[in-house]
Design a protein around this ligand. Structure first.
Ligand SMILES: Cc1cc2nc3c(=O)[nH]c(=O)nc-3n(C[C@H](O)[C@H](O)[C@H](O)COP(=O)(O)OP(=O)(O)OC[C@H]3O[C@@H](n4cnc5c(N)ncnc54)[C@H](O)[C@@H]3O)c2cc1C
Ligand code: SF4
Length: 449
């Protein structure tokens, strides 16, 4: 620990977002960066706790105190080497991880002001690319071939780790480019896609082969003879739908239909007027109060919506602290994202009854306020109607209610499943951790053959 008093004298300082009036008109990343002096000062706040809960809370086991100390001392290359030991893609998590480590930080629990681990991680990763600490390695080949199906963070992490172990890795991706939800879910204002291209280029130079536009089916996969092992990292392709009357109306879309199309438009792809989903000039209703819903809000603003409302069926979480989710649980508290800051009506305890329309197009949504009462028989609380149904005017409705956990048949023993495909919809950091663990399992399996 470089400066033992820094946690007492240096307050947490976040880089913050670009001003709303500036960022709302483009899809550039909203988060800013601190200057080098401030960044190193932020790293100095880490107390190098005897039992560092941040190690435990980070699914990758990132050694935050170690690299924070190197960062404080200005030893950026050492910081990157320490970070790289546990995290192959800190440039992704440094931007979009919800920072599970920060909610475990002792400073968070004592002062409410965790060390800025996530931002520090992003700063170390960016410096590493700028200063050339990210070098191209040429692993010695072991003669075995592994196929990875899906190039989201789980597939990329597995492919990267196996490549370093000497396997010849081919990644099959059904889309036209790599990244999975990093590229076709998460908006550019949270993660610029050049960051993904930069990492893919490193992986390609190190020997990983990417084959795009190739949707691998189970039948094809099972008949594959040329790979010693196959990893399925195919994510959660089926979104939860809302089958209430009027679902067929034009203007009611799954969130990813909007988000992935917008990301493709920004990548230069053309869509016909009929295909194009846009919020321009529209009253937008987002159903679902989570992060995907929030990404829809930010996208709707940038497309020029007239208004945007977000509704959630669950109650509003408390602000700041939730006694029902004490440490070490993840704190279920109200989250206000950069997209919410840009303007949005947010409502909770709202159930959706029906989509209403004229001439086949959605014009509004019938909703009803509800309450949740304890279930006398235990289990899930009971939903009870509260007020009379009401209509929210909307000519674009986005369904952001999560994804179904995929089910898998029994595969041969050389087929492994990882990431969201194995665990259900989760986080980028968990997908990377799952990819790394799966690479280890594959190596153990093949080493015994
Ligand atoms: C809108 C949105 C925003 C999110 N924001 C965040 C965030 O800010 N922070 C965070 O931590 N997490 C976020 N998440 C969650 C995170 O993106 C996922 O948990 C993570 O991407 C899962 O990684 P994965 O590799 O398992 O799957 P995916 O990223 O879904 O990748 C699966 C890949 O497999 C490919 N594929 C599927 N089937 C086949 C096939 N048959 N053949 C070939 N390829 C196939 C798909 O095309 C895709 O590229 C967000 C999710 C969404 C939807
Ligand atoms: S990956 Fe996430 S949880 Fe892990 S150290 Fe980075 S910000 Fe924290």
């Amino acid at each position: 620990m470089g400066n033992p008093k820094a946690f007492l004298t240096v307050p947490r300082k976040e880089a913050g977002y670009r001003p709303v009036h500036d960022r709302i008109h483009d899809f550039g990343e909203v988060e800013q960066t601190l200057n080098t002096r401030d960044r190193q000062e932020q790293a100095s706040r880490c107390m190098d706790c005897g039992v560092p809960f941040c190690h435990w809370a980070c699914p990758l086991g990132n050694k935050d105190p170690e690299w924070n100390d190197a960062l404080y001392r200005g030893e950026w290359e050492t910081a990157y080497k320490l970070l790289k030991k546990t995290n192959p893609f800190p440039e992704f998590t440094g931007r979009i991880c919800p920072a599970l480590c920060e909610k475990a930080c002792v400073l968070y629990h004592t002062t409410g002001e965790a060390v800025t681990n996530r931002e520090n991680e992003a700063a170390i990763a960016e410096r590493a690319f700028q200063e050339g600490y990210v070098t191209i390695e040429h692993p010695k080949r072991n003669g075995l071939r592994v196929a990875v199906v899906g190039s989201g963070p789980a597939g990329l992490a597995a492919a990267n780790a196996l490549n370093y172990m000497g396997y010849e890795v081919t990644v099959f991706e059904k889309n036209e480019a790599a990244g999975g939800l990093l590229r076709y879910g998460i908006p550019n204002f949270k993660l610029n896609k050049k960051i993904i291209d930069r990492r893919i280029s490193v992986m390609e130079q190190e020997g990983v082969t990417f084959r795009y536009g190739e949707a691998v089916t189970s039948a094809m996969m099972l008949s594959q003879q040329q790979f010693s092992a196959i990893i399925l990292a195919t994510g959660t392709p089926v979104a939860r739908d809302l089958k209430v009357p009027g679902r067929e109306l034009k203007g009611v879309h799954l969130a990813l239909e909007l988000l992935s199309q917008q990301n493709r438009v920004l990548a230069g792809m053309d869509f016909s007027k009929e295909e194009r989903i846009t919020a321009k000039g529209k009253d937008v209703l987002v159903i679902g109060g989570g992060d995907t819903g929030s990404d829809c809000i930010g996208t709707a603003h940038r497309q020029g919506c007239k208004s945007v409302t977000q509704i959630e069926i669950m109650p509003k979480p408390p602000v700041g602290h939730n006694p029902n989710t004490p440490w070490p649980n993840w704190p279920v508290i109200l989250k206000t994202t950069s997209s919410h800051e840009e303007g949005c009506v947010r409502r909770w305890n709202i159930n959706t009854l029906e989509f209403l329309g004229e001439n086949g197009k959605v014009t509004g949504v019938k909703v009803q306020e509800i309450d949740w009462k304890p279930n006398p028989e235990g289990g899930r609380p009971l939903m009870v109607e509260k007020n009379e149904p009401e209509i929210i005017k909307a000519d674009l409705v986005l369904l952001a209610m999560g994804f179904l956990k995929p089910e898998h048949p029994e595969y041969p023993e050389n087929v492994f499943v990882c990431g969201d495909a194995a665990n259900g919809a989760s986080l980028v950091v968990r997908a990377i951790a799952s990819g790394l663990q799966t690479a280890k399992r594959v190596n153990e399996y093949l080493s015994k053959q």
